[in-house]
Design a protein around this ligand. Structure first.
Ligand SMILES: NC(=O)c1ccc[n+]([C@@H]2O[C@H](COP(=O)([O-])OP(=O)(O)OC[C@H]3O[C@@H](n4cnc5c(N)ncnc54)[C@H](OP(=O)(O)O)[C@@H]3O)[C@@H](O)[C@H]2O)c1
Length: 324
């Protein structure tokens, strides 16, 4: 038996209850992983609260983690007990030990910190596909990122800087603004006290941005469209402030022949080849120092409820990691 946080019906952070769970033997194509650390993501909040479709029966949140392989199914040949691994998805990581499909496990190269990477599989691979596939960022592009001091935001700023883009960020409050500035952003707008649309217009001399990466959603999307240059790309990849509800294709025409994209990480790492290729890109940028992973906060796994409360109240910066 090993412990985990189980949610029996959608609710607040307190809906996650510590429960002793059996650890099954690994079946064909599976591995048992003893977790080292688990990353906290807004995605976990969406599932726990019921914003995203609730699975049948009780659920365990958590979509990224690192650990050590304890056992493998008899047909699994490329992993063995003792291997250090990390993964993003399937959900269910808020537990000490679990069974994972072996094809979802990525071996960790030497030099990758298993605690820091637990908070950067989902967030880092998101940054990877956003800058390569949602909109292929070119050197010299000016790009706007909302929630720049958040978990995804701090990685994205560094990645954009390394590609030669001019990254503008938004963040809530002076401390978050200062932190984002240390992570690749040339300018950071405090969107609680400043009008970010007017500021982007000023900073770009009216030219606008090639792309906007917007994970805030309801509160920002209208302004985001106004920040784009003609034929710019609006990428909405989250909704920390609530769902976008009244978007119309006509908004894209009115904004200057804009494009819009609503990506989901899983579609970019659905095959093992994609997963390994994108992970390799992420790991090599961490190992060469292009991307520095700050572990902003750690808590014991049992305290995930407090981590959720902080995330939902905008009290966090960077990645929060649960230690197992
Ligand atoms: N589609 C995908 O593939 C994908 C993958 C990963 C993550 N995401 C999305 O990316 C976003 C960032 O995820 P994360 O885990 O790294 O979270 P995060 O950015 O660390 O935290 C969310 C941040 O959003 C900002 N925010 C603005 N309005 C908010 C509100 N009303 N309530 C709460 N926060 C608000 C806050 O920053 P300020 O205080 O600076 O405003 C807050 O710190 C989430 O929306 C997540 O769902 C999407």
């Amino acid at each position: 038996m090993a412990g985990g946080l189980v949610v029996t019906s959608p609710g607040g952070p307190e809906a996650m209850a510590w429960t002793e769970l059996p650890t099954p033997d690994p079946g064909p194509g599976e591995a048992v992983v003893a977790h080292t650390a688990v990353g906290v993501n807004f995605l976990d909040v969406y599932f726990r609260s019921g914003l995203y479709p609730w699975p049948d029966g009780p659920m365990i949140p958590g979509a990224e983690a690192s650990g050590v392989v304890e056992a493998v199914g008899k047909d699994v040949t490329d992993l063995k007990p003792g291997d250090r691994v990390a993964y993003v998805l399937p959900h269910g990581a808020y537990r000490e030990t679990r069974v994972v499909p072996a094809e979802r496990l990525v071996p960790l190269p030497a030099g990758i910190d298993p605690v820091a990477i637990a908070g950067a599989m989902l967030k880092g691979l998101t940054a990877q596909y956003l800058v390569t596939s949602s909109y292929a960022v070119q050197p010299g592009d000016t790009v706007l990122v909302h929630a720049a001091a958040g978990g995804v935001g701090l990685i994205l700023g560094q990645w954009l800087h390394s590609l030669g883009a001019h990254a503008i960020g938004t963040a809530g409050g002076p401390e978050k603004v200062a932190l984002a500035k240390q992570h690749g952003y040339e300018h950071v707008i405090d969107y609680r006290s400043e009008d970010f649309v007017a500021e982007v217009e000023r900073l770009t001399g009216g030219a606008g941005c090639a792309a906007v990466y917007d994970s805030v959603g309801a509160d920002t999307w209208r302004g985001s469209l106004k920040c784009l240059r003609r034929r710019g790309m609006f990428v909405n990849f989250g909704q920390s402030s609530g769902l976008i509800s009244d978007f119309s294709l006509a908004d894209l025409a009115a904004g200057g022949s804009l494009s819009a994209n609503r990506p989901v990480l899983f579609d970019y790492v659905a095959t093992r080849d994609d997963l390994l290729e994108r992970s390799s890109d992420l790991f090599s940028r961490i190992l060469d120092g292009t991307i520095k992973l700050d572990v902003a906060a750690t808590r014991p796994l049992r305290e995930a409820a407090a981590a959720h409360a902080d995330l939902e109240a905008r009290r966090t910066v960077g990645s929060t990691i649960l230690l197992v």
